[in-house]
Structures are given as structure tokens and as C-alpha cells.
Design a protein around this ligand. Structure first.
Ligand code: FPP
Ligand code: MG
Length: 290
């Protein structure tokens, strides 16, 4: 198709910007590239207020910012991205706002399933993590469908935390680990090994105390689909974790920027990665308990 003058200039400019970005990634990749970046996308309502936009528009612009961030991460070779899209506490917001966020979520999840969407372009498998039964049925069904539709994408992983918070995740994982142990013990009991429920007292004290191990809990964490994050980026100047990835962020580099989420851009990601690279050696030492 023939391009008119203005769109031709736009096309050249966009390609030039992409080229510059790729050159920057090349330079960055001399240092360690994070395998997993997590985002707390805060400040969407404040952005709408600041721009005199109608309520809810901030979250829509926030979704566009998210698409750009994902594009930069995948271009750079970051394999895992995790986002805090809706916390369990967000259900306490006024019903109209919760409904509007759910509608937005449903619309955008359906968009993600389209052929030309970012997840299909970059071969991204999508996981929805959290207490999904708390979601309205249309959103839950859309989320479940998106997980099925993208299940064969294998180049990268996008974890979307909805109806999520860390304390809920930990309680859920502990419950699951206990259920699993209970079944194991009942089975042993049924097989007549004498090592079962009735004979729980017969188990060596040491074994009883170590009945549930760290690995038994960790495998039931919602976020076990990805390694622990290397960088956690939070916008809007807040320095709290807000009950997000508490278990997984022990050795993660925390980066807080004063920009509101819809304003986040390439330079903020670049700065976060440079800071991560500067601290990488120290963080790795801590991770390995040296
Ligand atoms: C926090 O900003 C952000 C949210 C509660 C939701 C963000 C959701 C999106 C950008 C859409 C995601 C959709 C998909 C399908 C992944 P805030 O509302 O707390 O704003 P404030 O801090 O200014 O009050
Ligand atoms: Mg907020």
C-alpha cells in the first residue's frame, strides 16, 4: 500500500526509535538481563484526575502503558513478567469502580486472545493467578479461555495477578500442602504400613516436625509458574509492597519511581535495569546466603 508523506515520516520515525531501542538493549545485555520483572501498576486514578479525564480512563491509558512495557520486556529477552492487575483489597472499592475495572479486564483479556495481539506476536503464555473464584463469571471464563488459548506459546510467560494478594496465596498454599500430606498419610495407613493417621504418634519426632517442608508449600504458590522476580517496579512513588509477592521478593531489587503508571516509559524501565545491574552482584551474594 502506498504511504502518504506524513504516514511515511511516522513509519520511518517509529522504525528509527525501535532501532535505537534495540541498540540500547544490545548495550544493556553486556550486563545481567533480568529473567523476571514484576510490576505494581499504581497511580491510574491519580493520572485521570491530573489530566481531567473521566473516571476509569486512567485505567484504560494504564493498559496501553502495560502493552508498551510488555513489548520492551519481550524485545529485551525478559522471559517472565508478572503484573498486579487487581488485588483482593480492590474489591473493597465502590461497586461502580469494581464493575468498571471488571468490564475493562474482560474486554482486554478478550483482546489478548486475538491473533495479532501482543501475546501471540511474542509467543507469550498467559497465566491468571489468584483466587479466581472471586471474579465475576464473565471475567473468570475469559481468563480461563485465555489460559487455554495461549497454552502452546512458549517463548515467554505473562502472569496476571487478579483477585490476588500474598497472604491469600500463602494460606492457600499451606492448605494445599496440608491436604496433600493428609492424603499421603491416609494412603499409608490404608496400605497397613502402620505409618498412617492412627500411627502418627509412632512417626519419629524429627519426621513429624518436618512433615511439611518448604518445597511442599512453594509448589502450591500461585506464582510457582515463574522463578522469583529479579526486579519489582512500583509506580506513583509508593514504596510499599501492598501484599504483592511477599514470599517471592526476599532477594528482589525494588525500584520505585514517582511517575504514575500510565506515564511509565522506556526510560524508567532502562533506569530500573541499570540499577538492578549495579546491585546484581550484591543481591546474588545475599540470595546464595554468602
Ligand atoms: C492501580 O491503580 C491499578 C489497578 C487497580 C488496576 C490496573 C489495571 C489495568 C491497568 C488493566 C489490566 C488489564 C489486564 C487485562 C491485564 P489505582 O486504581 O490504585 O490508582 P490510584 O493509585 O491513582 O488510586
Ligand atoms: Mg493505588
Amino acid at each position: 500500500m502506498k504511504k502518504d508523506g506524513r504516514s511515511r515520516i511516522n513509519w520511518i520515525f517509529e522504525n528509527f526509535v525501535t532501532f535505537l531501542r534495540k541498540c540500547t538493549f544490545r548495550v544493556l545485555s553486556v550486563g545481567p538481563i533480568p529473567e523476571h520483572i514484576a510490576y505494581i501498576m499504581d497511580g491510574n486514578r491519580r493520572y485521570a484526575k491530573k489530566q481531567n479525564m473521566i473516571e476509569g480512563t486512567g485505567h484504560r491509558v494504564g493498559f496501553l502503558a502495560l502493552m508498551s512495557m510488555l513489548k520492551y520486556c519481550y524485545e529485551m529477552g525478559v522471559r517472565y513478567v508478572t503484573i498486579y492487575a487487581f488485588s483482593i483489597d480492590n474489591f473493597k472499592r465502590c461497586p461502580e469502580e469494581v464493575q468498571s475495572l471488571m468490564d475493562l479486564m474482560q474486554e482486554k483479556i478478550e483482546g489478548l486472545m486475538e491473533e495479532e495481539s501482543i501475546v501471540n506476536r511474542y509467543g507469550v503464555r498467559v497465566h491468571f493467578l489468584g483466587d479466581l473464584k472471586l471474579l465475576s463469571e464473565p471475567v473468570r471464563l475469559a481468563a480461563e479461555r485465555a489460559m487455554v488459548v495461549t497454552a502452546n506459546n512458549s517463548k515467554a510467560v505473562l502472569s496476571i495477578c487478579v483477585a490476588y494478594n500474598s497472604t491469600n496465596e500463602i494460606v492457600h498454599a499451606v492448605e494445599k500442602a496440608c491436604e496433600e500430606k493428609w492424603e499421603e498419610i491416609s494412603l499409608l495407613n490404608a496400605s497397613g504400613s502402620g505409618y498412617g493417621l492412627i500411627g502418627l504418634e509412632c512417626i519419629e519426632k524429627h519426621e513429624r516436625e518436618n512433615l511439611i517442608k518448604l518445597i511442599d508449600i512453594e509448589k502450591h504458590m500461585y506464582v510457582s509458574v515463574a522463578p522469583d522476580p529479579d526486579i519489582l517496579i512500583r509506580t506513583s512513588g509508593e514504596t510499599r509492597l501492598s501484599n504483592f509477592l511477599l514470599w517471592q521478593s526476599a532477594y528482589c531489587y525494588l525500584y520505585s519511581t514517582p511517575v504514575l503508571w500510565p506515564e511509565i516509559g522506556f526510560r524508567h524501565l532502562l533506569w530500573a535495569i541499570l540499577n538492578f545491574q549495579r546491585n546484581h552482584f550484591y543481591l546474588e551474594k545475599k540470595r546464595k546466603q554468602l
